[in-house]
Design a protein around this ligand. Structure first.
Ligand code: NAP
Length: 254
């Protein structure tokens, strides 16, 4: 599906791989200029190359979303370069260690919450004033099915992703009359480097187990999530705010 995003400017975090890369490509396909941000310079620059090769416009800015100064600079750089900010996909996140709640290491809890929860709040903190200065915009925060249900051995991740939905609803209420919509997307298991690095795709038994968790009997693709993000940002979703959209092959419906 293509929407008319010509003249608009989007920022995507965690855009050097997986869902963030696919979302950046989809924004650019529909005419937006995209600021591709990631902690991984090589991955981010590759996303920019893919966009430019496809005829789009993009620029890479390195930023760690858990670092307030780097996020402030990312948003300042975006507006300095392109003059405005219309859309943001606050997507960067990590899986974190797997351990039962009582055994979960405190340091890992803080690391996962810093990136997956505080990092998204920091992004919104710096994005929102720039969007309001333009008369509004749209933000999509990347939650998960694990923002709506529990998952054993993932207490930090599950807590952060649940928190993102409350954060999204709260910001949606605060800015609803100012032209700014704030939504979340909740993917099921998606084939990305995150799952590869966790060893979930190379082990055939684990891979099949993950597939079986989804009534649709396959994993999702980054492109399927990207379509939901771009739709939520587009004028086609002009009456949608404070929503957490499942893109999960029926996982949560069971
Ligand atoms: P991915 O393949 O690991 O890609 C994420 C990108 O974000 C990587 O380039 C990563 O760099 C970068 N990143 C990590 N920490 C960062 C930080 N602090 N600041 C900026 N960039 C950072 O992940 P993905 O699967 O596309 O996931 C994207 C988002 O979707 C995450 O929030 C994830 O929780 C969510 N999600 C994923 C799934 C799934 O099944 N894949 C399901 C539901 C929700 P490095 O590689 O250098 O770490």
């Amino acid at each position: 599906m293509a929407y008319s995003l010509a003249g608009k400017v989007a920022v995507v975090t965690g855009a050097g791989a997986g869902i963030g890369r696919a979302t950046s490509l989809a924004f650019a396909r529909d005419g937006a200029r995209v600021v591709v941000s990631d902690i991984d310079r090589g991955g981010g620059e590759e996303t920019v190359r893919l966009i430019v090769d496809a005829g789009g416009e993009a620029h890479f800015v390195a930023a760690d979303t858990s670092n307030a100064g780097q996020i402030a600079s990312l948003i300042d750089d975006t507006v300095a370069r392109y003059g405005r900010l219309d859309y943001a996909c606050n997507n960067a996140g990590i899986g974190g260690l797997q351990a039962p709640t009582a055994d979960y290491p405190e340091e890992e809890w803080r690391r996962v919450l810093d990136i997956n929860l505080t990092g998204v709040w920091l992004c919104m903190k710096y994005e929102i004033p720039r969007m309001l200065a333009n008369g509004g915009g749209a933000i999509v925060n990347m939650s998960s099915i694990l923002g709506t249900v529990g998952f054993a051995n993932s207490v930090a991740y599950v807590t952060a992703k649940h928190g993102l939905i409350g954060m999204t609803q709260t910001a949606a209420l605060e800015y609803a009359t100012q032209g700014l919509r704030v939504n979340a997307v909740c993917p099921g298991f998606i084939v990305t480097p995150m799952l590869e690095h966790a060893g979930l795709l190379s082990n055939p038994e684990l891979h099949q187990m993950l597939i079986n968790l989804h009534p649709i009997k396959r994993l999702g693709t980054p492109e399927e999530v990207a379509e939901a993000v771009v739709w939520l940002c587009s004028d086609a979703a002009s009456f949608v705010t404070g929503h957490a959209l499942l893109v999960d092959g029926g996982y949560v419906a069971q």
